[in-house]
Design a protein around this ligand. Structure first.
Ligand code: ATP
Ligand code: MG
Length: 309
């Protein structure tokens, strides 16, 4: 039995269909990355799965419990870090952790042991006595994560846990997520950081409430990217960029540091043609070669295809 599954899960708000007939299946111990632009329906999906928001129609199971009928049982076995996680601003780091652990753990000693473990893991020790209100954004985010995992739930829903946090903290957080997943915890995470999507076992793309892709990061890249990516290195990047923006064979062009990435239909056919055109325009080419698309390329490509069609 999957750890999380949905069948035609739908949520409508007045005229907006926030989630449209969603079908998902996530295995125990999997890290599932839920991606999609702002307003796509990610948070709404999470809130339905956590038993906080009632679906308009459709079904879902979380940890073997039914989201329509057993939301109270679901709340006991999950951790949920919302986009605006409610820390108590007038409590210290330690007091917040005590409060959240005691919501779930009856035994005081066990609760304290769990707190110590999570404080160590997230390196919160120096901040123990500081008020949540006085923490920087990134540390507040870390504390929110600590509070949502302190009771060691089987399933954890994290809604943009790494928004606004620095790369070092992000790495620490991901180490923690891997550790939890290895221990059998199922993780459902939303993010706008595409390099994080690459670290998930499976990713789903949602667009205007519709799941438009769901596979491993590799599978998504191979199966869904209908276009190909070229990397161009040349001495005059700006002129080449301007020139290529209006070239018939180029569907999209982006500057990445010291190279230009081009989206084309067929790399093998485009490379010699582009070399010819660039030479005719007196633009020198150092290298022009096909590269593997990143998840970001796929995300942008999917978003564009879906919005046109
Ligand atoms: N309580 C609500 N009442 C009315 N509309 C809502 C409500 N909650 C969400 N929506 C709408 O549902 C759609 C999906 O919103 P949701 O918050 O799920 O998006 P999201 O993918 O989490 O976006 P973001 O990346 O910005 O967090 C949006 O159009 C939003 O305005
Ligand atoms: Mg959201």
């Amino acid at each position: 039995m999957p750890a999380i599954s949905t069948t035609n899960l739908t949520k409508k708000f007045d005229r907006v269909t926030a989630v449209n007939s969603l079908n998902l299946s996530i295995e125990k111990g999997e890290i599932f990355g839920f991606l999609g632009p702002n307003g796509a329906g990610k948070s709404t999906t999470i809130r339905m799965l956590c038993g906080i928001l009632e679906p308009t129609s459709g079904d879902g199971q979380v940890g073997g419990f039914d989201i329509n009928r057993e939301s109270e049982q679901i709340k006991k076995i999950i951790g949920y870090m919302s986009q605006s996680f409610g820390l108590y601003q007038d409590l210290t780091v330690e007091e917040n952790l005590k409060f959240y652990s005691r919501l779930y753990i009856a035994d005081r000693k066990t609760a304290l042991q769990h707190i110590e473990a999570v404080v160590e893991l997230l390196q919160l020790d120096p901040y123990r006595k500081q008020l949540a209100a006085n923490l920087s954004g990134g540390w507040r985010q870390r504390l929110a994560l600590a509070c949502s995992v302190v009771h060691r739930p089987q399933l954890i829903f994290l809604d943009e846990p790494t928004a606004g946090i620095d790369p070092v903290s992000r790495r620490i957080l991901w180490d923690l997520l891997y550790e939890l997943a290895h221990g059998g915890t199922t993780l459902f995470i939303t993010t706008h950081h595409m390099e994080e999507a690459e670290r998930c076992n499976k990713i789903g793309f949602i667009w205007k409430g519709n799941l438009v892709a769901c596979d491993t990061p590799e599978g998504v890249k191979q199966g869904l990217m209908h276009e190909q990516i070229l990397s161009l290195k040349c001495p005059d990047l700006n002129s080449a960029y301007k020139y290529l923006r209006t070239h018939g064979l180029v569907k999209d062009v982006n500057l990445y540091g010291d190279e230009i990435n081009l989206v084309v239909e067929n790399a093998a056919a485009a490379i010699p043609e582009l070399k010819k055109s660039l030479a005719a325009a007196h633009l020198m080419v150092e290298t022009l070669e096909q590269i593997q698309p990143s998840i970001e390329d796929v995300f942008v490509s999917l978003s564009k295809t879906t919005s046109n069609g």
